[in-house]
Design a protein around this ligand. Sequence first.
Ligand SMILES: [Mg+2]
Length: 442
Amino acid sequence: MQSTRTKVIFFDMDGTLFDIDHSLRQALSAIRDTYNALAEKTVEELIEKYSAALQQSRDAYLDKVITYEAADTQKVHLFFASLGLPEPSLEQVWQFHNTYKPVYSANRRPTAGSVEALVRLRENGYRIGIVTDGQLQDQREKAEAIGVLHLVDLIITSDEIGFRKPDHRIFEYAIARLGMNSFENTYMIGDSVDADIKGALDVRLTGILYSPTALDSQRLLFGHTIIVIKHMAQLLGYLNIVSLQFIPRFVPAPGRLAVLGIGVDMVTEQRRCLHITKGVSELLAKRMGAVLDCLAQRHRLQAVYHIERMIRAITHAAGPYAETTTQFSSGRGLSVLSTATYRCHIFERDHSTRVEYTQFNVHVHSPTGDGIALRRIVTLLQGHYNDLMRDDPEAAIGQLRSVIQILLEQEGPRSESLRESSPMPESGPMPESGDGSRLIDT
Ligand SMILES: [Mg+2]
């Protein structure tokens, strides 16, 4: 895999891969709650003042005017001064850091879609570097905390080589470290016009501006038309990396409906909202297969049982930044009368897993009656997979709950009378097939 990746892409860290705004907001909210003098201030005002203080002290450190430790103290002094507060004592600086830093660190997360982008870039032949100002140890820790350290090939910091962006030498050094001798087809993605875009253009890299709040899709900067992206998924589109789309298809036949085209291609990494491991993706694939099998056999209550376990697995896979709530429908506790026999193929890569379900047939009484309901259910089930691919657990769970509602309505009063508490026995290990995929037969 390593040797086949011949293209190069660089990312900035702060504000590009790392969602610095979120950490700042949480940490400054904690500061406001701690200091009575700040109780009347809005978090927005604190962010504005602190960002200015941070920038000023950081510039002094990066320009080697003061040490890293002195900059850490200076930013608190500048922040207090900008708010009209008395000069802080050493103890107050220490207290500030003790409140601010743990909250800031605990809330580190990647920007939306950046983990998916790094995975897909690797899978499509890109070598990836982070080019950032700051200290190497800080930036490595940060990269690890947001789940991208193992997805990149190197991290280059200004502290390490003695030049800060936009100095051309930091980019030249990064290119050389990746063993490349050309800037052709090499990209630099960053949120700073002056550091990232100017630096990229100066060494003839293709600069792409990342700006989540941008209203434009391109901008004239330094005499060049620069692509502007609001979300990392747009970067993949710009580089012609097309994500696999699954769209269910329905083929009517007398008395039945054939369903095909269901599947998912999911990143199995710690993303911003979801961490679906390979184990969880396998579990979901198995449960989904069981649901499809139950639909084929018209075992609606058993389908509800499996869907509820899917909801539970997704809820557990959702990280601290996902806004999911654990809420189970009235079908919980139903016993399952038979095991599913539905089959799917699983294709595993280093950082993602693709699942494809084979065609299945469902007997329908009427193409305009239960046939329409079945299409609706299958579309919702595929929709939940699409939401998982987009790192949106709340939407995925919403789609599954809609399926449960339809199934329980179809089942009517029987769904109440059949509630039992005996759990479904879990299936054993899944067999391997010899063609690079694994065939699941639960
Ligand atoms: Mg930045």
